[in-house]
Ligand binder design. Structure first.
Ligand SMILES: Cc1cc2nc3c(=O)[nH]c(=O)nc-3n(C[C@H](O)[C@H](O)[C@H](O)COP(=O)(O)OP(=O)(O)OC[C@H]3O[C@@H](n4cnc5c(N)ncnc54)[C@H](O)[C@@H]3O)c2cc1C
Ligand SMILES: NC(=O)c1ccc[n+]([C@@H]2O[C@H](COP(=O)([O-])OP(=O)(O)OC[C@H]3O[C@@H](n4cnc5c(N)ncnc54)[C@H](O)[C@@H]3O)[C@@H](O)[C@H]2O)c1
Ligand SMILES: O=C1O[C@H]([C@@H](O)CO)C(O)=C1O
Length: 486
């Protein structure tokens, strides 16, 4: 346990005490109505004198976690006139996973568009449009990222120069896409990164004119975007340095079957190579991708998915984690500074089930960490966050695709793997530790009942008979063996 966390754990109620200490000086009036553009924000700011105006609860970052946090404030009757969200984006929080799935459907296949997928529809909740925030008295400052924090005086400064005095602060700034440097062509027109809806719009406008697409990276973005681009019937090449797609999760045999499916959809693979440079053509737009092995690939559109990094600036002073990056918090999402919390992708939190610090860059944790943190902040709730990692993907799900694929993973992908099933029907991978305990489980194309077994198995970690598990051919039998001792 770090010294910062040890310090915090001696004072489990520090956030509540802090709230009480500061709550008397909050304004009783409602905040100004939600501005919808930078221009209107500036006008409202000037008229209402934002400088040093007190806000009881401020969330920095208007992404996935912020949307679920806002819902939890409303559920506790603590949003109206008390909550302010400071957002870098121009729109209300939305379900980010849609950006590389429904958002990229070909234009004649009914692509998802806002306001269709605002939070919290991804978890079956209400669709919180910008109107919803107004109706619930939640102030949202759009397109005005926080640029600096004064911890001593509890003041945030936004990039447009607004000063916001906060009582309690929740940091939910998420991650940003890792970019190729400018000197190797990382910012050329036609080179896309995909993190927010503006990026997705820009990619869609390139896809409309594209002929030759290069996708760089064999992780989540690479897999999902290449499958989406195949729906547009384009010439697609996916390039990555490893020997197979999704090497951290897919076994070599599963990756091979995925790659075959991608190839059947016309997607070419160049594996085991690094990018040397992206070069522009006479019009200044990207035209070629030069590889370290000397090959040259033509491309009018390049999508780069080479990882993400937590957005910690301007909060470095709050306490970062050296091992997993991000802002260090305890099991109640409290940073080492009383009254300041961090949630979602940016938070480095104790992953209790595996007794280690972790950051999780997936939406289920964004949703659950937000709910847990806000409940802790607003009530006497002090139950530590006990998270079971869960993530999923879906590819080729547009209408007319010959094979829709969806999978889920629960737990920890450590230990040996046993793979069961037939990729064309249904497949599962079990991760077993040295005592043959199930640590993690991946299932593709399962039924709802089968998927519902996954968290139970990953949580209770039953010991399985390896030989028996290896001997079966169907996922149904394998799940029965694994869950027989549940
Ligand atoms: C394209 C894409 C597809 C994904 N698909 C899946 C999926 O299928 N399954 C899955 O489990 N996970 C998926 N994820 C991951 C999931 O979306 C993230 O884990 C989740 O969005 C994290 O929520 P968050 O609120 O922490 O961060 P975000 O949702 O990224 O929100 C952070 C917000 O903070 C804003 N911000 C940053 N800096 C500042 C600042 N200084 N001031 C104000 N605002 C700021 C950002 O603009 C952003 O709006 C996907 C991610 C991406 C990018
Ligand atoms: N279904 C999901 O859960 C989902 C979907 C999309 C995005 N995301 C999230 O979005 C973020 C970004 O995803 P991502 O796919 O970019 O990251 P990733 O870490 O999944 O994959 C990065 C890939 O980039 C490649 N790579 C790394 N450095 C490279 C380099 N210098 N040159 C060429 N290739 C390189 C490697 O193939 C690596 O596998 C992550 O937080 C991820 O969790 C999640
Ligand atoms: O979690 C998700 O939310 C969106 C969509 O379901 C919202 O309607 C999406 O594509 C996900 O994977």
């Amino acid at each position: 346990m770090s010294s910062a966390l040890r310090r915090m754990s001696t004072s489990p109620f520090s956030s509540c005490a802090f709230q009480q200490r500061t709550s008397s000086w909050w304004p009783s009036r409602r905040p100004p109505s939600t501005p919808t553009s930078r221009r209107s924000l500036v006008v409202v700011a000037a008229a209402s004198n934002f400088a040093n105006e007190n806000r009881e609860y401020v969330i920095v970052g208007g992404g996935n976690a912020a949307g679920y946090a806002a819902r939890t404030f409303v559920e506790h009757g603590m949003a109206d006139g008390r909550l302010c969200i400071v957002s870098k984006e121009a729109v209300a929080p939305y379900e980010r996973p849609a950006l590389t799935k429904g958002y990229l459907f070909p234009l004649d296949k009914k692509p998802a568009r806002l306001p269709g997928f605002h939070t919290c529809v991804g978890a079956g909740g209400e669709r919180q449009t910008s109107e919803w925030y107004k109706e619930h008295g939640i102030e949202v400052l759009y397109e005005d990222p926080v640029a600096a924090i004064d911890i001593q005086n509890q003041i945030l400064t936004t990039s447009s120069g607004n000063h916001l005095k906060y009582g309690s602060l929740i940091i939910s700034t998420g991650c940003a896409a890792v970019r190729f440097p400018e000197n190797i062509g990382g910012n050329l027109p036609g080179v896309h990164y995909i993190r927010d809806v503006a990026d997705a719009d820009s990619l869609v406008s390139s896809l409309e004119k594209a002929k030759k697409v290069v996708v760089i990276g064999g992780g989540y973005i690479g897999m999902e975007v290449a499958a989406a681009a195949a729906g547009w019937k384009l010439d697609i090449t996916i390039i990555f340095p490893e020997d197979r797609i999704m090497p951290r999760l897919f076994t070599p045999s599963l990756a091979r079957r995925y790659e075959e499916l991608y190839q059947k959809n016309g997607i070419k693979f160049i594996k085991g190579v690094l990018i040397d440079k992206l070069e522009g053509g006479t019009d200044g737009r990207v035209a070629t991708v030069l590889l370290r092995n000397g090959s040259i690939i033509e491309a009018d559109t390049v999508i780069v998915g080479i990882g993400a990094k937590p957005v910690v600036s301007p909060f470095e002073a709050i306490g970062l984690n050296n091992n997993v990056g991000g802002i260090q918090v305890d099991s109640l999402f409290r940073t080492s500074i009383p009254g300041i919390f961090a949630i979602g992708d940016v938070a480095a939190f104790p992953l209790k089930i595996y007794d280690r610090m972790a950051r999780v860059e997936h939406v289920d944790h964004a949703r659950k960490s937000a709910q847990h943190c806000v409940r802790t902040l607003l009530t006497a709730h002090t139950q530590p966050y006990d998270y079971l990692p869960f993530f999923y993907s879906r590819v080729f799900e547009y209408e007319g695709s010959s094979r829709k694929i969806w999978w889920q993973f629960y737990g920890d992908n450590v230990g040996d793997t046993i793979e069961v099933g037939d990729f064309d029907l249904k497949v599962a991978t079990f991760w077993l530790d040295s005592e043959s305990r199930v640590k993690g489980i991946f299932l593709e194309s399962g039924s709802p009942e089968e998927f519902s077994l996954l968290p139970k198995l990953a949580k209770s970690q039953p010991v399985v008979d390896r030989a028996k598990l290896q001997s079966v051919t169907s996922v149904e039998e394998a799940l029965e063996i694994a869950s027989s001792s549940l």
